[in-house]
Design a protein around this ligand. Structure first.
Ligand SMILES: *[C@@H]1O[C@H](CO)[C@@H](O)[C@H](O)[C@H]1NC(C)=O
Ligand SMILES: *[C@@H]1O[C@H](CO)[C@@H](O)[C@H](O)[C@H]1NC(C)=O
Ligand SMILES: *[C@@H]1O[C@H](CO)[C@@H](O)[C@H](O)[C@H]1NC(C)=O
Ligand SMILES: *[C@@H]1O[C@H](CO)[C@@H](O)[C@H](O)[C@H]1NC(C)=O
Ligand SMILES: *[C@@H]1O[C@H](CO)[C@@H](O)[C@H](O)[C@H]1NC(C)=O
Ligand SMILES: [Ca+2]
Length: 527
């Protein structure tokens, strides 16, 4: 019995208890029926489902075979890496295998023989599925931890990447960031991206092998040190902006930027002791199923949520066909303890048969028209069935009507276009002189300046005369002595007096002005 209690206590934080059933058959006064709850799959060892890629392609050791030594034994370089000999090869898959007690198997890079060129390697893990971390990521390095590395993650299968955590023996020097520890973060900074020095300092290659991304410590900010108050964590995950996403990813990339040095500087005469060796990457997490599934299975090489609540998709991210009366919503951890399933509803279950293509949660009966219509169409749609796009938006012809992004903003240039509307292919109606789909360009022989205006001058027909230069098609900058739109007029032409040079004109003009001024002053003083 005591054993069992100890076991349960041990498992509690990892399993995180609740939300493990999606529905149950209950008997009420009205008879038996299904009751639905928010639900999520159990945490798993995610390394079992990952595909890995190591870059650059030739960075794995052993091709050609290479000798290496260790920091503890720097001059006994008898170890060998040979990709063609199974016993001596160190391929990437050894970062994810099951290890017999005491016998580490590891991926290893080539040595830093090209010093001072940096020794760089990327290890990219891809799940082709959104997953949510439930425990620390732990990367185990044999022969010493890197002195500089960073983690990046992607939420969109590797299309875009974001920094996740920085690691260095000197954060300021390596990344220009002050060193921080997760333990010092507060409730408002729980999803801050930090640089830590805790896992990069030399402490002997056998003693300190692990580099962590601390998930538990971040959970503990809300749930307390032993993660007892999970209710508070779930409440925060639901309400704090960006917090859930912080623990979510589809891909993880480790960028190894400088290997263990075993001291303060690199010994050029023995570069065979500098390299990376990773024996294990532990990622504990669950499939992200938007609280609509409690099972996640590995099918055809990919993880896939087994969706309930009439949802579908890899992450249960949309409603099944014919269940789109309401727009799709993720389940919610709240209210505690069972959450809200936010299930998709069958067409016809609300107000007869009013289809809203998933853009509205509500239908309303309009008495005098005797019609049922969708209320507050979202996603920039409008119409009785939310089947049209709002003004200023156009329909994406290749998207289904129930796609959240079916209406695309016209984005007409406010100055260049006549109005906000555009045609079915997104073309706006342009004012005179403007062109381009959004009317943000000018036709030839027009220039842009808060709208399109006909060129005043150019290099072809409207050439500035008498050595004038054309300024941005807007005006001619005339040399002294000439004026007119194209500098075509000599200033002397209009004077009756013959003027010899421009400067004499200016001089006489200046003299005239000064005398006029003196005259004015005199009048004022006399007054
Ligand atoms: C590692 O990935 C980054 C992008 O995240 C890229 O800029 C860099 O060149 C890659 N390094 C190597 C060694 O492939
Ligand atoms: C990723 O998962 C999707 C959905 O399960 C699947 O259709 C696709 O083939 C997978 N892609 C790869 C590269 O495995
Ligand atoms: C999903 O649809 C089925 C079939 O119509 C129905 O029996 C079930 O109750 C629905 N589930 C939810 C959560 O609405
Ligand atoms: C239109 O929808 C299709 C299918 O969903 C999508 O691939 C495409 O990117 C969309 N086009 C635009 C301009 O958003
Ligand atoms: C939209 O306008 C552009 C430019 O005037 C035109 O080429 C295109 O054919 C129009 N598309 C439709 C569907 O009318
Ligand atoms: Ca291993």
């Amino acid at each position: 019995m005591l054993h069992l209690v100890a076991f349960l206590l041990h498992c509690l934080p990892l399993a995180m208890g609740h939300y493990d059933i999606c529905k149950s058959w209950v008997t009420t006064d009205d008879g038996p029926s299904w009751e639905f709850y928010a639900c999520q799959p159990k945490a798993m060892r995610m390394k079992d489902y990952v595909t890995v890629r190591v870059d650059p392609p030739g960075v794995t050791c052993g091709d050609p075979p290479e000798r290496f030594c260790t920091h503890e034994n720097p001059y006994l370089c008898s170890d060998e890496c040979d990709a063609s000999t199974p016993d001596l090869a160190h391929p990437p898959k050894l970062m994810f295998d099951k290890e017999d007690e005491g016998l580490a198997t590891y991926w290893q890079s080539m040595t830093w023989s090209r010093y001072p060129e940096p020794l760089l390697a990327n290890i990219t893990l891809s799940w082709n599925k959104s997953i949510e971390l439930t425990d620390d990521i732990v990367v185990t390095f044999e022969y010493g931890r890197p002195t500089i590395m960073m983690l990046e993650k992607s939420l969109d299968n590797g299309r875009t990447w974001h920094p996740y955590q920085y690691y260095a023996d000197d954060c300021m020097e390596a990344f220009g960031m002050p060193a921080r520890r997760v333990r010092d973060l507060s409730t408002t900074s729980a999803n801050r991206i930090i640089c830590t020095e805790e896992y990069s300092r030399w402490a002997g290659s056998k003693k300190e092998k692990n580099v962590r991304l601390e998930v538990r410590d971040r959970f503990a900010i809300f749930a307390g040190q032993d993660l007892r108050n999970m209710d508070n964590l779930y409440t925060r995950l639901e309400s704090a902006k960006g917090l859930k996403d912080f623990f979510t990813m589809t891909d993880l990339r480790m960028r190894l930027l400088r290997p263990a040095l075993g001291g303060t500087y690199v010994q050029r005469e023995n570069l065979y002791k500098y390299f990376y060796a990773v024996s294990n990457i532990e990622v504990t997490g669950r499939c992200k199923c938007n609280l609509h599934a409690n099972l996640c299975s590995f099918k055809e090489g990919s993880l896939q949520c087994e969706c309930e609540h009439n949802t579908t998709g890899q992450d249960c991210g949309k409603c099944k066909k014919n269940f789109r009366t309401r727009s799709w919503r993720a389940g919610s951890y709240l209210p505690l303890p069972n959450g809200s399933p936010n299930a998709c509803a069958a067409a016809g279950s609300v107000f007869g048969n009013c289809e809203c293509y998933g853009h509205s949660n509500r239908c309303s009966y309009i008495d005098f028209l005797n019609v049922v219509t969708c209320v507050s169409c979202k996603h920039n749609t409008r119409g009785q069935h939310c089947q049209h796009c709002r003004l200023g938006f156009y329909r994406n012809g290749s998207a289904e009507l129930d796609d959240e992004n079916v209406c695309i903003e016209c984005n007409c240039n406010q100055i260049g276009s006549l109005h906000d509307r555009c045609n079915e292919t997104g073309y706006c109606e342009c004012r005179e002189g403007a062109s381009g789909p959004k009317c943000d360009d000018c036709l030839p022989n027009y220039y842009w300046r808060q709208g399109c205006f006909p060129n005043v001058c150019d290099e072809e027909l409207l050439i500035c005369q008498n050595g004038g230069t054309c300024y941005q098609n807007q005006r001619c900058i005339c040399p002294a002595g000439y004026k007119g739109v194209l500098c075509e007029q000599s200033k002397c032409d209009s004077d009756n007096k013959a003027c010899n040079s421009a400067s004499s004109t200016y001089l006489s003009l200046t003299l005239f002005l000064i005398s006029a001024l003196i005259l004015q002053l005199r009048r004022l003083l006399d007054f």
